[in-house]
Design a protein around this ligand. Structure first.
Ligand SMILES: [Zn+2]
Length: 419
């Protein structure tokens, strides 16, 4: 510390390409009482939602209601494809109605009561209806694929479907930012051209081509802040929420961008697609095994006796949700690893430790986060390391001060020497 202060006082030129002011640590802010209340109620809401997502399909299944939806679908849809399409629309419509009050409480009332939302009721409803539209169109056009496989390859359907996950996930990841996301928000080039030039200079160092940074009008929906990387191939991009731009200074925004560039350069979207294909193979194998056993035991109550009957949709959904929940700690651990590496990348490319840490401290306050959640909840479900850990890492990780290269020097050009 002392020599740093001396260097600042004397105004001496740092001999290396990092700013001593960036080594000043940032204290992890104390979470406010409101943030802790928001966090704690959120944990119970999360647990309740997990149970709800299992209970609803189980109820539809064990009451034999799914069989009745299938009967109606058969009458309306006539042939196999028509039946599956009508079933998909009816099931998704039913789920929408059942979940609407919960979605309203959790997606509108709760964030408003904590001052986290800027959404009007009309816009909330419009967004809900658009999501319903997207899921119904997707369901009507895609549900026939697993059922076609179930009918033609009853023993191997899970393998073929798991393998199909790869092209499907690649396709979805590619079209998401250009066809789906713009239905909900406006994506445009950045408005602040001076800041954009700084971001593009950083992107250039990371080998990210121009035209890959977008600003999204999230301030219409929320007061929370974020940024993310999305897309694949030609649609790969970094998206900044305009709320982040409003509340953070230039160096903090660049530190956040360094993190997103880490995701981009380290191909985390492609990794996610590959790992989810592997995961879906395991998942569908288990679903196939257990579904057969369950139908054998309870088929009479369900109103169907074969998995290839479209009335098995809630059984498949129940099993997928159950196995997914069981695998959540693994998925969360993989995600936390990627997030941690993106943090490391940001520190290495910007060497802006203090700015990165203060960006996290601001995020903690603005998003009402708990910086030190209990280890159990982190291991169970956290997609990101706790903000306290991330701030600690910013305060302590600077191998360049010891003349060490860090982990990712080959992924970006060095900081240009000033003056
Ligand atoms: Zn991230």
């Amino acid at each position: 510390m002392t020599w740093m202060l001396i260097a600042v006082v004397l105004g001496s030129q740092p001999t290396s390409d990092w700013d001593p002011a960036e080594l000043v640590p940032v204290a992890v802010p104390q979470a406010s009482a409101q943030a802790m209340e928001y966090y704690q109620s959120g944990v119970w809401i999360w647990a309740g939602l997990q149970a709800w997502r299992l209970l609803v399909p189980a109820a539809i299944l064990f009451t034999g209601f799914s069989g009745r939806i299938r009967d109606v679908s058969r009458r309306v849809g006539r042939n196999t494809f028509g039946t599956i399409a009508v079933y998909a629309a009816l099931y998704l419509g039913l789920m929408f109605v059942i979940n609407l009050p919960i979605d309203y409480m959790l997606g509108f009332v709760r964030p408003h009561s904590y001052g986290l939302s800027s959404q009007t009721p009309g816009r909330w409803l419009a967004q809900e209806l658009k999501s319903l539209g997207v899921s119904v169109i997707g369901g009507v056009f895609l549900l026939w694929i697993p059922y076609r496989l179930l009918a033609t390859a009853p023993r191997r359907w899970w393998l073929y479907l798991g393998l199909l996950t790869l092209p499907f996930a690649l396709f979805m990841a590619t079209i998401m930012p250009i066809w789906i996301d713009p239905l909900f928000n406006d994506f445009a080039p950045m408005k602040d051209k001076a800041l954009e030039a700084q971001i593009l200079a950083l992107a250039d160092r990371a080998g990210i081509a121009e035209g890959r940074v977008f600003e999204v009008d999230k301030s219409r929906d929320t007061k929370t802040v974020n940024a993310y990387v999305t897309g694949l191939f030609g649609s790969k991009r970094i998206v900044l929420w305009d709320t982040l731009l409003a509340n953070h200074n230039e160096k903090e925004i660049l530190a956040v961008m360094g993190h997103e560039m880490g995701h981009y350069v380290l191909n985390h979207v492609a990794w996610g697609v590959s790992l989810s294909t592997l995961g879906s193979l395991v998942l569908l194998f288990l679903v196939n095994r257990s579904a057969r056993t369950i139908i054998g035991r309870f088929g009479g109550r369900f109103g169907f006796d074969r998995l290839s009957d479209v009335a098995s949709v809630p059984l498949l959904i129940l099993l997928i949700a159950g196995f997914n929940l069981a695998a959540l700690p693994i998925q969360a651990a993989i995600s936390r690893t990627m997030e941690h590496e993106a943090d490391r990348f940001s520190l290495e490319i910007t060497r802006s430790n203090h700015s990165a840490a203060s960006a996290f401290a601001k995020m903690q306050r603005e998003n009402l986060s708990n910086p030190r959640p209990a280890r159990f909840w982190v291991l169970l479900r956290a997609s990101h390391p706790p903000l306290g850990d991330r701030i600690d890492f910013c305060n302590s990780y600077h191998p360049w001060t010891d003349g060490l290269p860090g982990r990712y020097p080959s992924h970006f050009a060095p900081i240009p020497t000033e003056k």
